[in-house]
Design a protein around this ligand. Sequence first.
Ligand code: GUN
Length: 307
Amino acid sequence: MVKIAKLIDGNRISKDIKNEITEEVKELKETRDFVPGLSVILVGENPASKVYVGSKQKGCDEVGFKSETIKMEENVSTDDVLEELEKLNKREDVHGILVQLPLPPQINKAKVLEAIYPDKDVDGFHPVNMGRLVAQQECLVPATPSGIIEMLKRENITMKGKNATVVGHSEIVGKPVSLLLLNEWATVSICHIETGDLKMHTIDADILVVATGVPYLIKGDMVKEGAVVIDVGMNRITRDKASRELLEWRKNDFETKGATLIGDVDFLRVEPKASHISPVPGGVGPMTIAMLLKNTLKAAKNIAGIK
Ligand code: GUN
């Protein structure tokens, strides 16, 4: 008999989280006339960034936050962005600030991220928040990594004492999720592009988190029986690049959109071995927005001194 893994439904979990936030926002409005506010800076015309920012704005509307997108021209300078951030840092109706990445090459990303007031840094990318995460102090944690931990907790998956392997060492996902898993007492291995024998590390993992942007990186024989697999990859595959198997599996996507979205894990081979697996789409993706909203609520309450 083929064992089927339990799909971790990010759409359902993120809906639950958004419902919880909506309830709290309603109460804050009614009892204190207080509304959390998020400001997003979007520089240039990157099509993917526009889609992401649109989803963040929609999420804010759904839970009852005030939100705005400040659009800046592709050719603006670092100082132009810093000037905008200075205004947002001072505004009392803005509790969360986010600069959508990537930024055009002329802009100094580090300077921009460091200019955000850490208590309004709902992306958790400011070095102060990263430092607090390392020091296990109260802080704003990046949304995708905290979404992964939230998924595991809500699925009652124990992290304590487990072997966790993280493939990918980015500042946005790999590094922070490794620290969060460590803080939950998992034994963590971090793999990256220079890792010589990737399988040696993945095959040992009770919990495997993959965030590389390389489709089909994780094959069936690289995963332990009963592992929990979290796929953070988001790879858009057009019809001309798709295998015959993918064309068949995602027939509807190719017919309606000419492309499909897959993760970094060879889902059809890995799913039968895993005890739990997050699909793409519908896994980690929706969690990111939900956790950004949760961060914004947390920042707003902290700034307003609400417990
Ligand atoms: N670009 C891709 N992911 C993210 C994210 O989580 N936050 C921001 N600001 N930009 C991104």
